[in-house]
Design a protein around this ligand. Structure first.
Ligand code: PLP
Length: 358
């Protein structure tokens, strides 16, 4: 089966196999990693190595804290304004799809917000203004944006710059998918359930100087400074998810790191987009410069065939291809763990379906 789910998404089979072997007996302790204290020596070593591995993979300097938290992506929608609020300046939210708009909505509950909609849809093509044309205000508490809109299939490849405001990125669906310069950001966060591990865990990479901000009164579990002081163990962390994240990072390092993964992801995405573009049966509506490497929405020209397409895809072992209910159509999420064979199998099925129904 090839699982095209947008999240929780497929994990590398090699990791899942190892986890299965270790499930009830981790490190010959006679118990699973879920059953030991997060403060025990073996778990502390796991946590230390997990962070070190992520630091190597993303080239994260000592100027940043790496936090392993609860609350998923949406937890950070709340944590960002709570930690970064400044009385005299709005939180600036760039809107380019459903998740970034969701972040704005959550931010509005806590702080003054300025939303900038960069979508420029024309003639049925979903497009966004390039970063160089964003009109960012001088006075901003922070600039929040979502480099990969999971539902809309829109990815922003350039990083915004601001002379004073920290740059905050929701990388829930594209972290570790391609090389990025962490120094261009001040806060990166991501829910784990796409490129990192199972849901339940989220990651925040925070510039240490940002932790000095007073922000707003907030729950301790959403407080980046407390999480940093407590080595992400202010409360009991999602230990099994953390263990699997460590295994995914180890695996990623073993196959050549993010550079190798980027090449793999670009090859997969190019194959699929090229096929869709060459077909008169399917359609991708996203402008070419901002097409996501991770989430590929596509539509059948004849939408009355949708149900049939999905049912037959499932029979071919191609699952979770239904588009998000907000945008309809189909969506193939092709995260790090999706092998090129999965893309080839999908294209072969799409071609067969198109021939049989044209
Ligand atoms: N941000 C993005 C880009 C997402 O894709 C998602 C979930 O798919 C979220 C935020 C919300 O994440 P969670 O469900 O972990 O809160």
């Amino acid at each position: 089966v090839y699982n095209f789910c947008a999240g929780p998404a497929m994990l590398p089979p090699a990791v899942m196999k190892k986890a299965q072997q270790e499930f009830i007996n981790w490190q010959n302790l006679g118990v699973s990693v879920m059953e030991i204290s997060h403060r025990s020596a073996p778990f502390l070593e796991l946590a230390r190595e997990c962070e070190a591995s992520l630091r190597r993979l993303m080239n994260i300097s000592d100027e940043f804290e790496v936090l392993f938290m609860h609350g998923g992506g949406r937890g950070h929608f709340a944590a960002v304004p709570l930690n970064l609020h400044q009385d005299d300046a709005p939180g600036v939210y760039i809107e380019n799809g459903i998740w970034s708009c969701g972040a704005t909505k959550e931010g509005q509950k806590f702080t003054q917000v300025e939303a900038i909609d960069i979508r420029r849809d024309q003639d049925g093509v979903f497009d966004v203004l390039p970063v160089s044309q964003w009109a960012l205000p001088d006075n901003a508490a922070y600039i929040h944006y979502c480099p990969n809109e999971t539902i809309d299939g829109i990815e922003l490849f350039d990083v915004p710059k601001h002379p004073t405001a920290p740059i905050v990125a929701d990388m829930s669906s594209n972290i570790l998918s391609r090389e990025m310069n962490v120094d261009d950001f001040d806060l990166i966060y991501a829910g784990a359930q796409k490129n990192i591990g199972p849901s339940g865990l989220s990651i925040a990479i925070v510039r240490k100087t940002l932790l000095e901000r007073k922000g707003l009164p907030r729950p301790a579990i959403l407080d980046y400074a407390i999480e940093a002081q407590q080595q992400s163990m202010y409360n009991t962390p999602p230990t099994f998810a953390w263990y699997l994240a460590a295994e995914v990072f180890k695996y990623l390092e073993s196959i050549g790191g993010v550079k190798a993964m980027e090449a793999h992801n670009k090859e997969k995405a190019a194959l699929l987009y090229d096929y869709i573009d060459s077909s008169s049966f399917y359609l991708n509506k996203v402008a070419k410069h901002c097409r996501s490497l991770m989430n590929v929405p596509f539509w059948l020209h004849d939408e009355s065939l949708n149900e049939q397409f999905l049912a037959q895809a499932q029979e071919h072992g191609l699952i979770a291809l239904e588009g998000h209910r907000f945008v309809g159509g189909m969506r193939a999420s092709i995260y790090n763990a999706m092998p090129i064979e999965g893309i080839k199998a999908l294209i072969a099925f799409m071609e067969k379906f198109a021939q049989e129904n044209s």
